[in-house]
Design a protein around this ligand. Sequence first.
Ligand SMILES: N[C@@H](CCC(=O)N[C@@H](CS)C(=O)NCC(=O)O)C(=O)O
Length: 284
Amino acid sequence: MSEAEAAAVWNPPPSIEALYAATAGNKFSGINRPTAGSREEKEVAKGTAPIQYYSLATPNGNKVSICLEELGVDYDAHFINIGNGEQFSSGFVKINPNSKIPCLVDNDGPDGQPISIFESASICLYLCEKHNKFIFSDTRLKTEMMNWIFFQMSTQGPMTGNFGHFFVYAPDDKLETRDYGVARYGMEVQRICDVLDKHLEGRSYLVGETYSLADIMNFPWFHQLRVGYPHKSGIKAAEFLDVSKYINLNRWADVISARPEVQRGITVCSWTSPENTKPWLKKD
Ligand SMILES: N[C@@H](CCC(=O)N[C@@H](CS)C(=O)NCC(=O)O)C(=O)O
């Protein structure tokens, strides 16, 4: 291999630290660190409702917000600005050591004692089990529901998020990196949409012809693909990935989008109204 050829091939430096400087300028470089734990002593806001909910209207937040609205439970929603690093305050880290939204405290937890819950699936399962709604008692149906919940958490959410990162947020000058990331994750997102689309052929919902937590969990990331991730050039993810071709998936998403509880849920803790975490309650 010539020197010029060798220079054109990626070789890892001795350790990752050498690469951190190269991420400077990345929208997220200000908040990314390789260590966990709190970065400032600060309590989180607290209200009076039994459930204190800390979130943002991202697809991961939307899953829990929709669940809370569907269950009709009493909760206070608190806007967490992850761009400002509010997820690293000591109060937040006490609730979620992983410093990510969504998370919540149920002051009426098991045995009447408060319980902190993080990870959207863990929160939604806890809430649905507590209220015995949107889940199944039949083992076959429950297992099928769990299949789609784990699929959502391990595959649909992270892959769609990675696609969105490379498509919209990654640094503009990293041309080849962006091409690679968008192609890899974009193709995987299309495959994931096809998995859901094929499963929904001839079915109304993901499990047992009943609207369940499986649907609540899988809806927000597909909704994000339908309406979100606009690249500044003007092209949107929906057009770029040709999302309209997933006929069954779109039909399913149309039905879910029409639910008033879902319409409220996706607006909870919105960037556009941080002061009104439940915008439909806003008084003029
Ligand atoms: N698997 C987690 C993912 C949560 C997550 O990634 N949350 C993002 C927003 S969508 C976050 O809080 N990011 C802040 C950070 O990375 O510092 C869940 O489903 O709850």
